[in-house]
Ligand binder design. Structure first.
Ligand code: GSH
Length: 193
């Protein structure tokens, strides 16, 4: 009984898993190997019919059929964890801001990092602005949370996928990535520990 996360270390499961590790939220991990096509087997398709990881089952929240809630999409899983297990978003404005940053990370920032022409055209603008945002502290509220988790996870991908990328023009972004790579919880979920 509890939270079950389906995924593996080199996948988008790392983001919600990192959140649970940092927040001390108990969970079980079911490793689903994409390489071995386990994501396309009937037992996993029963959790996420699209065959994509991550997916999650939360026995503590029931769906409309009185069954444990299952979710797919890393951003939706993260928002669910923040609301139901992380004690985040105590005001309506904070809940909306957490949603904003999670969508920003999973769509705007992700595209700017991984789509080649966007990386040239858009990523510098996003990094310049993020560098200033990060100087002000946590993205939402007074403590590290889902918004920071989502944005930081994608920023750290830059150095993971493009190690030669020069980020010296964005000192706060660079410092955050370096500090994140030293965190025990991050290393564990990324399979670096
Ligand atoms: N937008 C989705 C992307 C999910 C996704 O593409 N997951 C990859 C692994 S990182 C996957 O399941 N690939 C296997 C496949 O498409 O067959 C999310 O954030 O959860």
């Amino acid at each position: 009984m509890g939270i079950t996360l389906y995924g593996g270390p080199q996948t988008r499961a790392s983001m919600p898993r990192w959140y649970m590790e940092e927040k001390g939220i108990p969970y079980d991990l079911v490793e689903v190997s994409v390489g071995a096509s386990q994501n396309l087997q009937p037992d996993f398709l029963a959790v996420n019919p699209f065959g994509k990881i991550p997916a999650m089952r939360d026995d503590s929240v029931l769906d409309g059929n009185n069954q444990p809630l299952t979710l797919f999409e890393s951003g939706a899983i993260l928002l669910h964890l923040a609301e139901h297990h992380g004690g985040e978003g105590t005001t309506a404005a904070e809940r909306s801001q957490i949603s904003q940053w999670t969508h920003f990370a999973n769509s705007t920032l992700a595209f700017a990092i991984f789509v080649p022409d966007q990386k040239q055209k858009v990523l510098p603008r996003l990094l310049k602005q993020l560098d200033q945002q990060l100087n002000r502290g946590f993205l939402v509220g007074e403590a590290w949370g889902a918004a920071d988790c989502a944005v930081t996870a994608y920023l750290a991908y830059i150095k993971l996928f493009f190690p030669q990328e020069d980020l010296s023009a964005y000192p706060s972004v660079q410092a955050l990535i370096e500090a994140t790579q030293q965190r025990a919880a991050y290393k564990k979920v990324m399979g670096m520990a």
